[in-house]
Design a protein around this ligand. Structure first.
Ligand SMILES: Nc1nc2c(c(=O)[nH]1)N[C@H]1C(S)=C(S)[C@@H](COP(=O)(O)OP(=O)(O)OC[C@H]3O[C@@H](n4cnc5c(N)ncnc54)[C@H](O)[C@@H]3O)O[C@H]1N2
Ligand code: MOO
Ligand SMILES: [Mg+2]
Length: 397
């Protein structure tokens, strides 16, 4: 069977991106989600002439007319309505965050004053109009778009939602995802495996990788039995937008997933990719349902999720996928005519990112991932990869 190249596989996957619509959620729950509305300034930023130093507010004209001692008329606190200076040769004490009092246009900080007998004496050569005043509308004007739609929400956006009173924000809906492990050898995390068993680690790697995208996936385990697989997966296809499988897609006597999916009407878009690890990867669609069936070896599942599910999700929510690259720090040799996802440790030196190979013992060696930060993507058309060459990387830290 002809293998699909990594490039073609990714292209097919990106073409099958889906739109999951829009939902409105609590602004504080929106970090990591993709904004689906423009956020507009409900008033000027700042909304009034804001005092930006604790001190006294004066009329700069009075200062320029030679006055240096200003009788204190009152105190303008933050959170109090605007006061008015009655005699422009006097001053009002004014606090950071307060409205600049009427008839004043400059603030002198306490450090530059002496206050005695309710009078503030200024020891300064010059006072500039609006010094220490953050002018109304200086940052943004009412009606300005503060945040455009289609951006990834982070703490900076959360603070803007709060300041404009957006308690609910419109974000892209997340796909409903079911992560399925298969295999009679697998037991739960809290179980003691028998000699011939192992714990089902791949599903939890996938759960965690999806959590990074703010997707809360559900999980299930199905034994290697065709009928159980068929009836359970049929239910999942009705209920979920995306099914992620790990295992049972290769040549084994109990690798039933491709056959079962085919019987359930999921159209295969490719099976087997020109890559290591992850060669037996199967991908298909049933109308708007998307099925990623990753090979069961732990590193295969791990890298395939990053290489294929991540870009599919980014495309689906209309977001640019970040691209990274690094410099290979030592020569590396890989013979097979396959794209090789080499595990690497990343280090930064003089502003450059270097990737040091830590290949591990193959796609079953999940403990090796702990020492790696990323996969370096080495193309299928070479065997000798020389130190100093730049390659794309898929980071997972
Ligand atoms: N005759 C051939 N055999 C194999 C080929 C091949 O081309 N011809 N490909 C190999 C490659 S490459 C891979 S990768 C694996 C893929 O196998 P499957 O997708 O069929 O996965 P399983 O057979 O179910 O399991 C493989 C391996 O992974 C372990 N596994 C499975 N699920 C989990 C899980 N949730 N957590 C932890 N470990 C899991 C499973 O116990 C097996 O050890 O096939 C090769 N064989
Ligand atoms: O695709 Mo497999 O991961 O090379 O063991
Ligand atoms: Mg197998």
């Amino acid at each position: 069977m002809e293998l699909t190249t990594v490039k073609d596989a990714l292209e097919i996957i990106l073409k099958s991106a889906e739109d999951f619509g829009i939902e409105e959620i609590d602004f504080l729950q929106s970090s990591g989600r993709i904004l689906q509305e423009n956020i507009v300034a409900d008033r000027d930023f700042p909304p009034f002439n804001r005092v930006s130093m604790d001190g006294i507010a004066i009329s700069s004209e009075a200062f320029n007319n030679g006055i240096r001692s200003f009788k204190i008329e009152g105190i303008q606190a933050a959170g109090s309505p605007q006061l008015s200076l009655k005699n422009t040769e006097n001053c009002i004490e004014a606090m950071t965050g307060a409205v600049l009092p009427k008839n004043t246009d400059a603030v002198i900080q306490y450090e530059l004053l002496t206050i005695e007998n309710n009078s503030a004496t200024v020891n300064l050569e010059a006072v500039k109009e609006f010094q220490n005043v953050h002018l109304k509308g200086l940052d943004r004007k009412q009606g300005d778009v503060l945040i455009p739609k289609d951006i990834l929400i982070s703490a900076a956006e959360i603070s803007v939602f709060a300041t404009v009173g957006k308690e609910k924000v419109k974000v892209a809906k997340q796909p409903k995802v079911m992560i399925v492990s298969t295999g009679n050898e697998l037991v739960e995390v809290d179980q003691i495996p028998a000699e011939h068993q192992i714990r089902r680690s791949n599903v939890y790697a996938l759960v965690s990788l999806l959590e990074k995208l703010q997707i809360k996936a559900e999980t299930a385990h199905i034994l290697d039995d065709k009928e159980t697989l068929t009836s359970t997966i049929e239910g999942f296809l009705n209920e979920y937008d995306v099914l992620l499988f790990s295992g049972a897609v290769s040549k084994g006597k109990f690798d039933f997933i491709p056959e079962v999916l085919n019987n359930l009407g999921v159209q295969k878009l490719f099976h087997q990719v020109k890559q290591r690890p992850g060669k037996p990867f199967w991908f298909g669609k049933k109308q708007h349902k998307t099925v990623f069936a990753f090979p069961g070896n732990p590193v295969s599942t791990f890298v395939s999720c990053l290489k294929y599910f991540y870009p599919w999700y980014y495309k689906s929510v209309n977001l640019e996928m970040p691209k990274n690259e690094a410099i290979l720090s030592e020569d590396f040799y890989f013979k097979p005519n396959l794209t090789y996802f080499l595990q690497v440790k990343l280090t930064q030196e003089e502003g450059k990112l270097y990737a040091t190979p830590i290949a591990g013992k193959g796609s079953g060696d999940l403990a090796n991932l702990v020492d790696a930060d990323a996969f370096l993507e080495l193309p299928d058309d070479s065997t000798n990869f020389t130190k100093g060459t730049i390659f794309p990387i898929i980071k997972f830290r």
